[in-house]
Design a protein around this ligand. Structure first.
Ligand code: ADP
Length: 260
């Protein structure tokens, strides 16, 4: 009974193929889990000693005496601050990936949050000769974590300013079918098309030379994306090199519209 045998044989092959794939998937899952765990542990372990270093460096800065100390201590202070920023970002991203960030949901007026966020980055923008314009229409209030939304907006505005050498930033708030959308558009250096799929990945930075010129850690957008997604939102990017970039946040409209 050749036919049946072949059939069986083929099923065996499929079966062992499926087993092999399942094993592979299980292995991949284990690797992914241990990577995430490693990342979270590193972030956590770096934090405590760094907090001590930060404190003592600040103390040193108040008691400097010799010429050498006067020269070296400000560098220590700056670099410690930078390292602290990086470790804080690492820690926050790890917390987000572990699902350990608790949201404080409240009915928020996005227009107010946008205005406060713009107010906070205005000086930075003005120092670079960049103006920020807000165009908006009335939208319903949304159930979100106001502080976390502000963090997202400030991060995106901060990037828009950092990667723009001249021109303006436009923030637009509007209602589109099913969503409330906030678009932050700049007239900056733009992002090459082939880089767009990767910019929300942690540590992904466009070109090495850019990183040197503009600073930053490459963690900002990874954090932003997570923060938006855990609140039920989405983030999209569009960009053209040397023309500008826009990031759009979309939050689902509430089932029943509430009045501000
Ligand atoms: P970084 O700390 O490097 O700014 P982000 O995660 O915030 O890290 O951004 C990742 C990369 O995306 C940046 O290195 C930068 O090259 C690019 N990028 C982000 N926002 C903009 C923008 N508004 N205009 C141009 N490039 C941007």
């Amino acid at each position: 009974n050749l036919d049946i045998k072949l059939n069986e044989q083929s099923q065996d092959e499929l079966g062992s193929l499926a087993r092999a794939i399942n094993d592979l998937v299980a292995d991949l899952k284990r690797i992914q889990d241990s990577r995430r765990e490693f990342f979270a542990n590193i972030a956590h372990e770096l934090r405590t000693p760094l907090t001590y270093i930060e404190g003592y460096v600040k103390l040193l800065a108040e008691t400097r005496e010799s010429e050498e100390q006067r020269r070296v201590i400000p560098i220590l202070v700056d670099e410690t601050k930078r390292l602290k920023g990086l470790v804080d970002d690492l820690f926050e991203l790890a917390q987000l990936e572990e699902g350990k960030i608790a949201l404080t949901l409240e009915w928020v007026d996005l227009s107010e949050i946008i205005e406060t966020s713009i107010e906070k980055v205005k000086l930075y923008a003005a120092n670079k000769g960049i103006t920020i314009r807000l165009t908006e229409e009335d939208v319903p209030i949304l159930l979100l974590d106001g502080n976390r939304i502000q963090q997202v907006l400030i991060n995106l505005l901060d990037n828009a300013i950092r990667y723009t050498n001249q021109g303006m930033i436009t923030v637009n708030l509007k209602s589109i079918p099913e969503f409330i959308a906030v678009k932050i558009e700049d007239t900056g250096i733009g992002i090459p098309e082939e880089e767009l799929p990767f910019i929300f990945e942690r540590f992904h930075r466009v070109e090495k030379s850019r990183s040197r010129n503009y600073g930053g850690t490459g963690l900002g957008l990874a954090i932003v994306k997570k923060l938006v997604e855990i609140q039920g939102g989405q983030i999209e990017v569009a960009s053209q090199l040397d023309v500008g970039t826009s990031f759009t946040l979309k939050f689902p409209k509430p089932a029943e519209e509430r009045i501000k």
